[in-house]
Structures are given as structure tokens and as C-alpha cells.
Unconditional design. Sequence first.
Length: 533
Amino acid sequence: MRDAGAGPGHGPVTRAVAWLLLPLMIASPVGAQTPNLAGGAGTSTEAITLPPSTSRPPPQAGAVDPASYRLGPGDALMLSIWGPISRTQVLEVGPEGQVFVAGAGSIPVSGMTLAAARERLERLVGSQYRDVHIEVRLARVRTLLVYLTGEVTRPGVVNALGSSRVVDVLTDTLFAPGASHRNVVLRHTDGSTSIVDMGGFLRSGTLTGDAWLRDGDVIYVPPEIASVGVWGGVALPGRYELGPRDSLSTIVRLAGGLLPAALPDSALFVRWRDAMHSESTWVEVAAVQSRAFNPILNDRDNFYVFVDPGYRQVHKVSVVGEVVRAGDYVIEPGATRFSTAIHQAGGFRPDADIASIQLLRGGLTSLRDDPEFGRLLRLPRESMSETEYMTLRSDLAALSPQFRIDWNRIVRGPETVDPALQDGDIIRVNRFSNTVRVDGQVRNPGVYEYGHGKGLEYYVELAGGYTDRARISRTMVTREVNGQTVPATSLRTLDPGDFVWVPERSDKTLWQNVSELLIVGGAVATIFIAFRR
């Protein structure tokens, strides 16, 4: 917009002449309808109809930036003059890139920014008038043709607005598998090119390169060639395509940035010197964040960020059963003791069995994936050596997640008797059982009241005695206090909660047993005679 000031020597006669000459100086272009409508004294207005566009353009992404928008054939400008004289004229950019201004002729504007063309036209028209306001604005955005080529799913011609960028026409669905997202080439008709980082825009919202489209531009999508890896303590670890002059900070940003759990002094940068040799550099995470360490990346570079596995992780154990406040309690693994968790739970209830508290611990089943352990499980006992059998028994015992803890020993004993807890442990305090269970080959299996100082025979008698098929010599007792199963003959007395099992004897007759002994004896004798010879 411009105000043209009045100069000396310009009087009413001059203004009257200007009024008479103005319709001849400003003429409407071909196709524009500018009928004169009667206005007030000394004024004139026009109704303007823009020429119809050849196709319906796609919607526009925001307002046009006059400093970056470049005019071309099909654009329409609106020239407005108001003050003592008011007129409006449509200036359409023709196929040769010019607009026609009455009294000044054809003015080339194609390729100029809207701001530069506006300044030129306002200055040109303003030099012909005084005491008027002049404004040039963009009335219609043209539709231009661009060409999609390379690794795209639908190559060919695409219609776009003159205010479009590459991202407005090259959507993510148009990229073919294996296509580069970060090295898209934009070729202009004047021979200049620009690299557009579409991948960076889609991930971070930042568009690098001259991405504004011009008439006849060619968008070439090459195949993806180079990539780098970012692993560990970043939001989105993985491999990323290498863009033009990517630095380490660029790739870390594309990966979502460093996690708070990243260790401050543990990051490893690996670069390949050649096809067979690489070199590793330990760096501090703070140096990466401050860009003190920010190398330009090469193909197949890798950056590893190590994390603190216990970062803001809550470790807890569960205390259930006969305690005052059953529930979960926060611990420090390896430091919090068993007794501490019991005290946090408020201690025991009156009926708690404190001599046989169960500690259930997870994470002890890794042997199930051990091939040697699986092999031993599939072998029959007679195919194992004594060492293999003992190894299998030891591994099976290690698989058990249950321990028995005597609270009395913890109270009386040293700290080493008080076990340290681990994350996920379960402490189960059972109700005291003043009974002994007898099962198996007895006449009345069941649960019987505990008799202080009594032995096996006392409880078998309460159960009605042995049956005819009982194998008395193999009777076993599972101790409540530690969960171990031992021969009954090794115990003088039983404790509350013990479990007595009387097995069934074999169906083999005496003659069958004697026959087996004779066969074995004959084999031994044969071997002895063979050696004697």
C-alpha cells in the first residue's frame, strides 16, 4: 500500500484532467469483468469477477508467506486504488509470466516473490497518481504441475497449489518399499536442486531444504542406501536412514532423545574404518547432550546408550498369612533382611507358626532352559552315572522356590541367619498346626492331634495300624520345620505339622526275588570264570 503525496503546481484543473484520463490509463485485462458502478461525487467503484481456475485445487495449508511465495502463470493479483479516486483491477499472470497494467504495459513477475512483485507494482502505479492509496494483494493461488519420479507407488504428474511444499504432495503412502525418506531430490526447471528431508519432517516436524514447489518441478525419490543405528537408552531405538550431513545429535533427536534412565558415563560410539575393522569410543552422555561430542555420521555407524536397570524401580516383597498387617512392602534388594519385613508387617498373630515360615522366591527356574539339565531329565536312572544322578538331584533341588525359616533361630542367631530379601519374594506365615498327618498304607489315614515327645508308632497306632500291603521299612516323614523328607527310622519323635507316608510294598513274590538274585549271581560267576581262563 502506498500514499502518493501532492506536489507543487497541482491544482483543481490538474485533478480534473486526471479524472478524465484515468479510465484510459487503467483498463481491465482480457477475461476480467470490471463494470463501472455509480458512486458518490468524486468516487468510482467496480465489481470484480476473477477468471475461473482450470481445476479445483487442493486445500491450502495456512496463509501464504509473501516473502517465500513465488508468482507464476495462473496467479491473480488484485490492484486496488482508493482515495479521491477508487478503482480495482485484476492482474492475472499470463502464460509468459507477465501482468498487464494499464498505462505501464506488461510487467514480468513470474519467479518473483509476492513481496517483491507487490513493491514493484505499487511503486510503478504510485508514480502516476497523487493523494491516493495503492494496494496489491494475492487474489487467487494458481495450480501448477509437478512430477513424481523414482521409488514412489504412483509416479507421474501431480496437481499442486502454487503455495505447496514437497510434503503437501509427497505423502507417506506414496513411498515405495526401500525408498529414501531423508534424501528426496527436488529439481527446478532452472537446473537448481534441493535435498528435502521428509523423514526428519515426519518424525520431528522440522523440514530442511528448499521445499517450496515451482512450476514444472521434478520430485525424485531415490532408494535408501545408508543407515545408522541408535540403541539402548533412547525413546525409539533402531536403525535410521542417514540424511545429508547428519550428526550424532540429529540421529539422537530422530530417535526421540535420551531417556532419563540413561547412564551419564556409559555411551559407546562405534565406527567402521573399513569392511572388516571398527573402532569404538566411550563417551559421556552429557557430552552428547551438549554437542561437545557430535561427529558427522557415516554409513553403518552405531551409537549405544546404556541404561540403569533399576532407575526409579520399586522393589517389594509380599507378606501374607498370620501377620498383623499383610501386604506389600518396599525393600532394597540384597540389603533388607527377612526380620525387617516381618516387623514392617506388625509381627505375628497369636496362632502363627513361627517355626516354619515359608519364603517363596522366583527367578530360580533358569535351569529349565539348560540343555544338559534337559538331557538328564530324559535319561532313566540306570543309564546315569552316579555323578550325573547327583547333579540332577542338586539341580532339581535348586528349582524349588520354597524355603523354610525358623523365626526362633533368627531371633537367637547372628545376622547371617537372617536372609536378605529379593524383589518379588513372598513371605507366607501359616497358622500353627498342632497335628500330625498319617497317610498311605494305614487303616485310617487322617490328621491326628500332636502328642508331645511321641514317635512314629504312636501316630500309626492312632491311624489303626499298618495294612497288609504296607512296606514299613520304607516309611518316610516330611518335616514341617524345613520341608525335607527323611526315613522315619531316623527320627525318635515327630513335630507338629509333620507328614507320615507309608508306601505300598511290591507285588513280587519271594521266588521272583530269589530268581533275580540267581540270575545276577550266574552272570557274576560267568564273568569270574572267563577272567580265570
